[in-house]
Write a protein that binds this ligand. Sequence first.
Ligand code: AMP
Length: 424
Amino acid sequence: MAPKHQAPRGTRDLLPADTTLWSWAEQAARGVLARYGFGELRTPIFEDYELFARTAGESSDVVQKEMYRFTDLGERALALRPEFTAGVMRAYLEHGLGGRARVHRLWSTGPVFRYGRPQKGRYRQFHQLNCELVGSPAPGADVEMITLFVDLYEAWGFRDLTVLVNSVGQPASRRIYGDRLREWLAPVHDRLSADSQARLVTNPLRVLDTKDEGDHALFRELGAMPRLLDVLDAADRQHWDAVVAGLDAAGVKYEIDHGLVRGLDYYTRTAFEVHDRSLGAQSALGGGGRYDGLVEMLGGAPTPGVGFAIGLDRALLVLEERGVKADEPDVVCLVSMDATRAAATALARELRREFVVECDVEARGFGAQMKAAGKSGARFLVLMGEEEWKRGEVALKDSKTGTQETLAREALAAAIRAKKGEAK
Ligand code: AMP
């Protein structure tokens, strides 16, 4: 009979075979984040719809087409989070963190939700690792965040990643740039996709975000795209120069991408992204930028900030395709006989304080247990023969070295520990 339910479109189950790599990646990231002095913040998966609508900009795709909006039984207008930053900054204000310390380094992880068309690397429920450095307007803060961004990928084994960087300036310089884009695109206006034509009116920078291949072909045809860097005011220019110099000093590889404009309205100055071409169309592995205007939008005092989100599903997809595997632990398998079955339960419990232990729970015979151990690929077999057990002994077989020895039961844990140590 076919099952009556499937996971909703755009969502997926991560089975134990998948989650091993996920947990390993999360552990590796936690280590990097702790060493950079970041604290973990956990916010709700849903927030007031207005929070996201206000911060993302009513004209953005996220708000208009992609948000999972709902009304709860108390008639509240809510939405599943489509990203982290708005919720993080809501929490920052709600708990008065700004009054407790000038600078906060906060990270979060968990599922986010966007109603898009599912495809490879694009889901409706996906997972992000999000980091924010709140409270500093200094270019050094941007540099530290980009360094952290790269170091997280490196901790997962990515090498030679090139970060794309640009400056998106301020609302005033973006308006000037918007006009330049309109002039630049005027000769091909009627051939642009309907979406891009509409964006050219409401928010011309977003035209550069278009996924339409025809639009990109037109951009190539026109050549010499206007550059936001050319219209920055003096202060933004100075900030930009300092960021680029800082990246050079830190040894971070980057390329300036004049077409990089982040999709949300609250970004100011530095914007950055990293891509992996092996993913095809959905190549962005993560991105971020400075958002000095965001806290004011939420009714707080002007507070600068810079942050990024890493798409975990995509990063892990690349790792899986490259055959990266989490380290597998050495497994200890207890093989007992009728007379030692009860003792095996106690021994398993004791050894599980330190090792990964398999132990029969179905009262199977010795032969069946041996077969199961062979199948599971356990490295150590602890053979609990009746006679040996009576003498206070067990046999320890190490299938890696092919050796077997009989030893005192009390010496078992130390022997396994020593053999594991030797292998390292
Ligand atoms: P954004 O907040 O749009 O900058 O997204 C940050 C990162 O999240 C992107 O670089 C992607 O790696 C990932 N991402 C965004 N949308 C999706 C999605 N629908 N499915 C999977 N990953 C996504």
